[in-house]
Ligand binder design. Structure first.
Ligand SMILES: [Zn+2]
Ligand SMILES: [Zn+2]
Length: 317
């Protein structure tokens, strides 16, 4: 039996507060760590003793993925407690990388037809929190199928990419708890973020089809409670999965409608669907539209051609 406690920490991001979970079994384990801000750290230091936990007692920090709202405080907690940090290989690489997320994705961004001014606006609006400094931490990789043992109980590791390429979730076969990170949330559909294939950076990952395949897998599982990275825990995961699928179906219909009679690049289509986005949100909007276009191409709903380095899409009929 695992004793699970939720702590909600503030983040400076639009997504709002993030949940981390304390598993009070030996080895004492955290699932995710929160954003690296003084407010989040103060809240963590305030909450742990209320659960009867001293920060020094934490022995391992499991990270669902490397996004800064989930991984930011991992290094600080590890420095204080000597805890091991455990994440998927791809996410460890991302945390160690100093590459600028926009420069990394520049080849795809230019293919969308986006203007240089808009790219500058995205750059200027980007996350200004400090990057990870994991140099002294003990970092271990985990992958699909791994088992994390506790004195009483265990967690299975599931690799469920789409929101992030090395996103993992944790499942306790005994209590049927599912720690979902950002893979499954009750109130929002996770954005299939634009990602390069880590083994072949020129190739874009099929994030949305990976994500939907992951949902099919989770749908067949026996889960009692989902402990998500944001929002409250929930049991109706079948309802949440249906809602996510419904959201994508609506989006595909809307995109087909906007494409009817036109040849549009990703940026033009994004602007037609989200005319008011600015700054970093343009990056998120483009990412989402591109993920849907990639899936629509895969399903042969649309066709495309390249002109002057920009890809244009049109309906298949
Ligand atoms: Zn995330
Ligand atoms: Zn998140």
């Amino acid at each position: 039996m695992l004793s699970v406690y939720q702590i909600t920490l503030p983040t400076p991001y639009k997504v709002g507060p993030v949940n981390i979970y304390v598993i009070k079994n030996r080895p004492l384990t955290l699932v995710d760590a929160g954003a690296d801000t003084p407010e989040a750290y103060k809240m963590l230091r305030h909450m742990l003793p209320l659960l009867g936990v001293n920060i020094n007692e934490i022995e391992r920090v499991l990270l669902t993925h490397s996004h800064p709202d989930h991984s930011g405080l991992a290094a600080k907690i590890a420095a204080e407690s000597g805890a091991a940090i455990i994440a998927h290989r791809i996410e460890i690489q991302k945390m160690a990388s100093t590459a600028d997320p926009i420069s990394e994705r520049l080849p795809y961004m230019l293919e969308t037809g986006i203007t240089i001014d808009e790219i500058r606006a995205i750059q200027d609006d980007r996350d200004k929190l400090p990057g990870q400094t994991m140099i002294d931490a003990k970092i271990y990789e985990m992958q699909e199928g791994d088992l994390l043992e506790f004195e009483t109980g265990e967690l299975q590791v599931l690799h469920l990419p789409g929101h992030s390429p090395g996103h993992i979730c944790f499942y306790s076969p005994e209590q049927k708890f599912f720690f979902s990170g950002d893979f499954m949330l009750s109130h929002i559909t996770p954005n299939p973020l634009w990602e390069a294939d880590p083994d072949c950076p020129e190739r874009r990952m099929p994030t949305l089809s990976q994500y939907l395949q992951g949902l099919e897998r989770v749908e067949k599982m026996d889960i009692s409670v989902v402990f998500p990275g944001h929002g409250g825990s929930f049991s109706d995961y079948h309802g949440v999965i249906e809602a996510v699928r419904g959201h994508h179906d609506v989006q595909v219909k809307l995109m087909l409608d906007k494409l009817k009679g036109y040849e549009l690049n990703t940026y033009q289509l994004c602007r037609k669907i989200y005319p008011n986005l600015g700054g970093w949100d343009v990056f998120l909007g483009l990412s989402e539209i591109q993920a849907n276009l990639d899936l629509m191409m895969e399903n042969q709903l649309i066709g495309s051609y390249k002109r002057n380095g920009v890809v244009y899409y049109q309906t298949a009929d």
